[in-house]
Write a protein that binds this ligand. Structure first.
Ligand SMILES: NC(=O)c1ccc[n+]([C@@H]2O[C@H](COP(=O)([O-])OP(=O)(O)OC[C@H]3O[C@@H](n4cnc5c(N)ncnc54)[C@H](OP(=O)(O)O)[C@@H]3O)[C@@H](O)[C@H]2O)c1
Length: 195
């Protein structure tokens, strides 16, 4: 039974993933977010809710105690967040990290120029890739709310395919990654709905 720490647990993808974890797995979840009240109703024998800021190393280290997997679903100063997460994982001996980034961080989208709005995503990925962690970085296309799991993946170095992907598809892959310590380890994975 995996113990999964979800950082930014009130985020859009995280909330879909929490639902899948609870319905499809027996994973134990720790939901880490800035205002814990918002998810208190989910607390159960399988779900712990913790208030904390990802930029606070001490709070993060406390949250990481006794976990198997860290799933980061964040927005904002992502480079600093990635640095703090990597430091906290080193301090607590955790190795498995799933980190949601975005398509376009390597200028890999055919016909699109790299945009500086992606700098935090690109820089966070660089921090994680330079670490010795068992990471999987996800680079999803534009999210849709379609009630479907329908995606294909591309690897780093390949041109990105497609332009959209459902939130449910991203959550589905997050759950599979959290359950399988060997799946797409040390990879940066593009995700899109096949066209
Ligand atoms: N929209 C798209 O089509 C698209 C496509 C590809 C990738 N992405 C990216 O994929 C990522 C995940 O998407 P999403 O929709 O799930 O994101 P989201 O709903 O914006 O959630 C991000 C979460 O990060 C949390 N957060 C921010 N700063 C924090 C801090 N210092 N400590 C703790 N938590 C913090 C926020 O918490 P609060 O609730 O407390 O603010 C929020 O719940 C985002 O970075 C998004 O930009 C988006």
């Amino acid at each position: 039974m995996q113990k999964v720490l979800i950082l930014g647990a009130n985020g859009g993808i995280a909330r879909v993933a929490i639902d899948l974890f609870l319905r499809q797995t027996d994973a134990q979840l720790t939901l880490y977010l800035r205002n814990a009240r918002r998810l208190k109703h989910l607390e159960s024998d399988r779900v712990k809710v913790m208030e904390g800021n990802v930029l606070n190393l001490d709070e993060l280290k406390e949250a990481m105690t006794q976990q198997d997997v860290v799933y980061a679903n964040l927005a904002g100063p992502l480079k600093q967040m990635a640095e703090t997460i990597v430091d906290a994982m080193h301090a607590t001996g955790l190795r498995r990290l799933i980190f949601i980034s975005s398509m376009g961080i390597y200028g890999e989208v055919p016909g699109e120029e790299y945009r500086s709005i992606l700098d935090p995503y690109r820089d966070a990925a660089a921090v994680i890739e330079a670490s010795d962690l068992d990471y999987t970085i996800l680079r999803p296309a534009w999210f849709t709310n379609a009630d479907e799991v329908d995606f294909e993946t591309t690897t780093k170095g390949e041109p990105f395919k497609g332009s959209i992907v459902s939130r449910k598809s991203v959550a589905d892959l997050v759950v599979k990654l959290a359950l399988d310590p060997h799946l797409k380890v040390r990879q940066s994975v593009g995700m899109n709905k096949p066209e």
